[in-house]
Structure formats: structure tokens, C-alpha cells
Design a protein around this ligand. Structure first.
Ligand SMILES: [Fe+2]
Ligand SMILES: [Fe+2]
Length: 348
């Protein structure tokens, strides 16, 4: 084993937070604790019961395959892996913090919701811990305590937390399962053992998504008003565009595991959009001939902006790229949406 000193990542020098960096969230706990979930209490109780069974209690145990050394990775691949683990760990940890805070604040007024959030924070803590342990295989670790104190928290009203977390759990599910199935068929690309854990892992994310869906169904205005149609489209587009722009900056990671980043994202977007069709009143028409070309325009604009940033260009020089990004996003938003068969009324 190469004797490298273990490095703790606190905050990368010069690393700039952008809209695409994994974020930490906070919300209005008072408003959340006052939610009346009685109209869909049974479904919520059933999911909390599933959480209680804790299917993955013994899943996240590092086996002997982790005892290998990973020194055969060249410098570039090593850095690609560290970045993947770091971003994933931050995202999982951000979920843990948010769910834990919500659970703590809801304990008295809304014990059932508090319990659901507490189980989900348990799962996310395991996911983040497992990823952080994996980072130590590459002689780095993430200082989660430091991260908790120093990261900026973005405030999201409860209803936005629901749209955003429902989608991030479902998209997480599709990402993990797609990578898992691909590596199952192509084991020669499974260059690191963590991917073997993705199958059961993604079931946690799927259950979390189901929990949010059940809570949203108890809040009918989140699903059956004109406003809810606009928000559904907005969050679908935001989550898809963020993933697309992020992943297309990291094609090297995907090619290391034998995936084409673009094809991977297109598949995940299609699947997540389809899953959302069982909850949202409208979903995006991803088969529209302009949908993916417009998303590609956003990516091109993003690449230009990154380049201009590296060249220390001023705002005026960036205007054409910003314009391209904003107009493409607008066009995407106003493409005709697809009506789903779900229209949530007080009876369902
Ligand atoms: Fe997770
Ligand atoms: Fe999750």
C-alpha cells in the first residue's frame, strides 16, 4: 500500500458553490408540524411500518472485497472516484440533516410524520457513513461536523420540500438501480465494490419517495390545483436539468464504469418522469422532439459559462451564454406537458 497521509476534506480551496453543488436545506418546521395528514393516514402508517422493519439493517457492512488496495487506479481515475464519493456523501448527509431536524421539530405535534422522518434520517446516515468510509479507501475523508457548521442552508417552504425531496428520492432510486443493473451485466466495469450495494440501497430511496408521495396525497392542493401543475413542471425540469448539467461535466466518471453519461441521464430522466406520473397531475413530454435538444443547449451554455469563468471573463462577456441558458429553460418549461391519469380529489 502506498503510504499517503490521510487528508480531511473540509472545504476545497477555491471551490465555488454554484447552483449545481449539492445543497443543505432547512424549512418552516412550525408549518410542517401543523399539517393535517388524516386523509391519507393509513398509507403513511403502512410506509412507516415498512421503515420500522428496517430491511437494510445488516446491509451496509463492508466485506473483504474492500480490503483490496486501490493503488492501481491512476491519479485521474482516483480523483474522479473521490469526487463521486464526496458529492454522493454530501447529498446523503444533507438528506440526513434535513430529515433529522424535521423529525426533532415534529415530535410533539405530529408524531407519525416525525417517526417517518426519523427512520429516513437513519437510512441517510447509513448511506452517508458508508460513502465516507469508502472515501477512506482513497485516503481522504469528509469532515461532516465541519460541513454541518459551515455550509450555507437554503430555505425551502414545506410544500417545495415535498416536490423537491420526492423527486430527488425517485431520481436517486433510478440512478442507483441503473448503475447496478448495468454493472450486473458488465462486471468487468465494476472497478470498486460499492456498486454491489446499490440494489438494496436504492430500495431505501424508493421507500423514501413513496413516503413523500403518501404525504403529498394527504395535501390535495399540492396535486390538484392549477398552481400544482406549474410547480410539478417546475420541479421536474429543475431536477432533470441540474442532473444533466452536473453529469455531463463528469463524463469521465461514467466512462470509467462503462456508461455513456448522456445515455445514462436520458434513461434516468425518462424513468423518473414516468414514476412521477403516478403522483403529479402533469409530467414533462420527454418524447417531444425538442426536449433533449433543448436540454443539450443548456449544457452547451453551461460549458461556455465554465470556460468564461476560467478565463476570468466579465459579466458582459457571459451574457450570450446566460441568454442561451435562460431561453432554453423557458422553452423547455413551456413545451406542452402530459396530463397524467391522476387527479387527486378528496375521495382518493
Ligand atoms: Fe440515501
Ligand atoms: Fe433517501
Amino acid at each position: 500500500m502506498v503510504a499517503t497521509t490521510k487528508k480531511t476534506i473540509e472545504n476545497k480551496p477555491g471551490a465555488k458553490e454554484t447552483l449545481l453543488t449539492p445543497r443543505f436545506y432547512t424549512t418552516n418546521f412550525k408549518e410542517l408540524s401543523a399539517l393535517d395528514i388524516s386523509s391519507n393516514r393509513e398509507e403513511i402508517e403502512a410506509i412507516v411500518e415498512e421503515f420500522r422493519i428496517d430491511y437494510n439493517r445488516d446491509h451496509f457492512i463492508r466485506d473483504k472485497e474492500f480490503l483490496n488496495t486501490w493503488d492501481f487506479f491512476d491519479e485521474k481515475t482516483r480523483n474522479i472516484f473521490i469526487e463521486f464519493l464526496e458529492r454522493s456523501c454530501t447529498a446523503e448527509f444533507s438528506g440526513f440533516l434535513l430529515y433529522k431536524e424535521i423529525s426533532r421539530n415534529l415530535k410533539k405535534e405530529n408524531p407519525l410524520l416525525a417517526e417517518g422522518f426519523s427512520f429516513m434520517s437513519r437510512d441517510e446516515a447509513r448511506h452517508a457513513g458508508f460513502l465516507n468510509k469508502a472515501m477512506s479507501d482513497f485516503n481522504v475523508s469528509l469532515d461532516l461536523g465541519f460541513l454541518t457548521k459551515t455550509r450555507k442552508y437554503t430555505f425551502f417552504a414545506p410544500k417545495f420540500i415535498f416536490y423537491a425531496t420526492y423527486l430527488s428520492e425517485k431520481i436517486g432510486y433510478w440512478r442507483y438501480i441503473t448503475i447496478y443493473r448495468h454493472l450486473e451485466k458488465n462486471p468487468n466495469f465494476r472497478v470498486y465494490p460499492i456498486f454491489r450495494f446499490f440494489e438494496s440501497w436504492c430500495q431505501d430511496e424508493n421507500r423514501h419517495g413513496d413516503f413523500f408521495a403518501a404525504v403529498m396525497k394527504s395535501q390535495k392542493p399540492l396535486l390538484n390545483t392549477y398552481e400544482s401543475r406549474l410547480w410539478s413542471k417546475f420541479f421536474l425540469l429543475s431536477v432533470f436539468a441540474t442532473m444533466y448539467l452536473n453529469d455531463l461535466q463528469r463524463t469521465d466518471f461514467y466512462s470509467t464504469i462503462g456508461l455513456d453519461a448522456k445515455q445514462f441521464d436520458i434513461h434516468v430522466i425518462r424513468k423518473t418522469n414516468q414514476s412521477s406520473g403516478t403522483l403529479f397531475p402533469v409530467i414533462l413530454d420527454v418524447d417531444h422532439p425538442e426536449f433533449f435538444p433543448l436540454l443539450e443547449d443548456c449544457h452547451q451554455a453551461n460549458v461556455e459559462l465554465i470556460l468564461l469563468e476560467k478565463e476570468n471573463s466579465n459579466f458582459l462577456q457571459k451574457i450570450p451564454s446566460y441568454f442561451k441558458m435562460v431561453t432554453s429553460l423557458f422553452k423547455l418549461y413551456f413545451l406542452p406537458a402530459i396530463e397524467t391519469k391522476y387527479s387527486w380529489t378528496e375521495r382518493n
